[in-house]
Design a protein around this ligand. Structure first.
Ligand code: SF4
Ligand code: FES
Length: 327
């Protein structure tokens, strides 16, 4: 049958699944479930050509395919590697992957500041989760982190480049869902930064979505900044009739007040539908919305019950231990 020819059997962490040819290892793992799916910092299923920048999704291919069973010599980015029939992949079961992922976390944190106590993204930051779940708890560097001045992207979005991990998601968002790309990554290596040439406002109905796609606190909503920690807010699903977008959002309440409006995120922390700036920034009254009910919180948020229950807590470390490592 034609259909069968177009399918490939792949085994990930010992669990076999049949997926259409051309599926990436990451998406095959996502089809199995969140316990098997590798973490991602740059891939975003709603954005074309995303992925391939951060290396958090590395996996070990222990058998290439039924036709050529040789293992792949190096770990591969699962968001950019497609499955082959008979392929066997190790993710959580691979010591090499665990080690490499801890290395990736270390690299991402080389320049990312540990300012979580004052960062608006705290509690829903993918890098925070990645650090807790896959990182080491000690640092081996004592270099100064690079710093940048804050930049206003229009009057509602602030870019705090110091926190950016250069995942390119906001660049792809600006490129693909707004009319024209007016910001991008300039320079390379240690000097790379997101620029709007330079403080030019993104004057577009959908520009606010860069806030939702940013996995860290580099792009934040100026109408919400410093108003509340996310775990003190109550998320509620709501919708309105909107000519520009679907009008399906999450309202984040504190008491009777709507502190912020965001798109609805799925279990991978990706927005289900992009929303327009009018819904996001200008409709902050309950009377603007039809309330659907409490939001089921995705596993990425600290608001999710028992989010960190199975984590092994690091033992308290002492100053002399740090010294030994940095010497
Ligand atoms: S600002 Fe955020 S979304 Fe944009 S590249 Fe940096 S980390 Fe990614
Ligand atoms: S998620 Fe695959 S390289 Fe970033």
């Amino acid at each position: 049958m034609q259909l069968e020819n177009d399918m490939a059997k792949v085994t990930i962490d010992g669990i076999q699944i049949e997926v259409p040819d051309g599926t990436t290892i990451l998406n095959a793992a996502r089809m199995i479930g969140p316990d098997v799916a590798p973490p991602t910092m740059c891939y975003y299923s709603k954005l074309k050509t995303s992925g391939g920048y951060c290396r958090t999704c590395l996996v070990e291919v222990t058998k290439g395919s039924e036709k050529d069973p040789r293992p792949m010599p190096k770990l591969v980015a699962s968001c950019r590697t497609t499955v082959m029939d008979g392929m066997e992949v190790s993710n959580n079961t691979s010591a090499k992957v665990k080690d490499a992922r801890a290395g990736v976390v270390e690299f991402l944190l080389l320049n990312h500041p540990l300012d979580c106590p004052v960062c608006d993204q705290a509690g829903e930051c993918h890098l925070q989760d990645l650090g807790y779940e896959h990182g080491n708890y000690k640092t081996r560097t004592d270099f100064e982190r690079r710093t940048f001045d804050k930049i206003d992207i229009g009057d509602k979005v602030q870019l705090h480049m110091t926190r950016c991990i250069l995942c390119y998601r906001c660049v792809k968002t600006a490129e693909q869902i707004t009319d024209g790309r007016v910001h991008g990554v300039i320079n390379r290596g240690d000097h790379a930064e997101i620029s709007t040439y330079v403080a030019q406002a993104i004057d577009n109905d959908f520009s606010g979505n860069v806030i939702d796609v940013c996995p860290v606190g580099a792009l934040t909503d100026k109408t919400f900044r410093f108003k509340s920690r996310v775990w003190f807010t109550k998320p509620v699903d709501a919708h309105r009739s909107c000519d520009t977008c679907s009008g399906k959002v999450v309202l984040w309440y504190q008491g009777e007040e709507v502190l912020r409006v965001t798109g609805r995120k799925d279990e991978w922390g990706e927005v289900e539908e992009f929303i327009c700036n009018t819904c996001r920034f200008d409709k902050k009254k309950t009377s603007d919305w039809t309330i659907e009910g409490p939001r089921k919180i995705n596993r990425h948020s600290v608001i999710a019950a028992n989010h960190y229950t199975n984590l092994v807590k690091p033992k308290e470390f002492k100053l002399n231990e740090i010294k030994q490592i940095t010497e």
